[in-house]
Design a binder for this molecule. Sequence first.
Ligand SMILES: *Cc1c(COP(=O)(O)O)cnc(C)c1O
Length: 435
Amino acid sequence: MLLNWNELFPDLPERLQAAATAALAEVAPHWQRVEAIALYNQAKVLAAFQEAGVADHHFYPSSGYGLDDPGREKLEEVYATVFRAEAALVRWQIASGTHAIALGLFGVLRPGDELLAAVGAPYDSLQPVIRGGGGSLAEWGVAYREVPTRPDGYPDLPAIQAAIAPRTRAVLIQRSRGYSLRPSLTVEQVGEVVAAVKAVRSDVLCLVDNCYGEFAESREPIEVGADLCMGSLIKNPGAGLAPTGGYVVGRRELVEQAAARLTAPGIAGEVGASLTGNRLLFQGLFLAPHTVAEAICGAHFSAAFFARLGLKVRPAFDEPRTDLIQAVELGSAEALVAFCQAVQRSSPVGAHVLPVPERMAGYSDPVIMAAGTFVQGSSIELSADGPLRPPYAAYFQGGLTRQHVILAAVRAARELHSRGLLGAEAVAPPDREPR
Ligand SMILES: *Cc1c(COP(=O)(O)O)cnc(C)c1O
């Protein structure tokens, strides 16, 4: 190993140097798998650009109604091809992932229908969309139930099937774990949920919250039978370049319904100006397979490194990934705060800012968030956050380059070590020695 950790981090304790060096060796075969997926996805995205005939003039802005905007229409064509969907709605005007998911839900559900969440409680920010005041689905007469996961965190297929009632119109499947410690669903597992639902009633719609999942695998949820799939452009598919936006892809009539919700019935997806042009959305999509692979390679390293330092990590370093999220259980509020503050100090933007835990709408416990990002709140860029509740897990995700993730992880470990928060001596499971 040519790397001299002391040149990067003066006085890095021997224990941390050893763990970092061993982790790098250990993740090599897993990085190869990630790189193979990236190659496949890059070919898929490149082919979609070429088939669609993307050209310079598709980057020009439009104004006003944005009628017949060739750039916007081309971008949606490329997204539809990449996601193997009939149609796509890809817009600046979609403010976040939550907004994109809400468009899908409000788009397809009607008063008297029921929504069923297939893998326990959905992501925190969707709770107000589903129930409570302020214009939730509940206020529009859409009923809601959720099916808890099995004790091991995986979908309980028989329970999902049993829960489908005559008025169940849609099932919501969240691919990524969000702020829970259940495992994220692989695309294949999403497909198993879809198949189980369709076996009971083929007209029940399967909607997938695809946030953090795009390009982590070589297939996407539409390819395993999902009807509609939603996500954020400041996560995976924007690759850090998209300044804002969200997408909905899937069956044409359902995408149309989501578009009618975004604007108004009748005009639906026909309007919506591309104010400054769509170049960054095209370019972000083009880079996304690579950038997602960088973040996932970083996550493999973090898992190997922190496990060697005696911390519990999910997923383990050698598990295949379906999203960007790496949970690192820190065991105390003090350690979680120190971890997130060290990640912030490792950021290219706002490194001098000190994040502190805060109460936030939609969360029951104070949350600490570190995000020194170019695009505000972007989590394809490296970020770390977590609610202050046991087991005090930091959700460590993103990273535009794997090198940035490595630097931040080592710095965070040094911080924990210097404050005596790392606990037990280095643990290297005997079967996990590097070759
Ligand atoms: C990020 C995320 C969302 C919501 O996205 P925002 O852009 O933060 O509104 C929804 N579901 C999951 C699983 C997510 O990771």
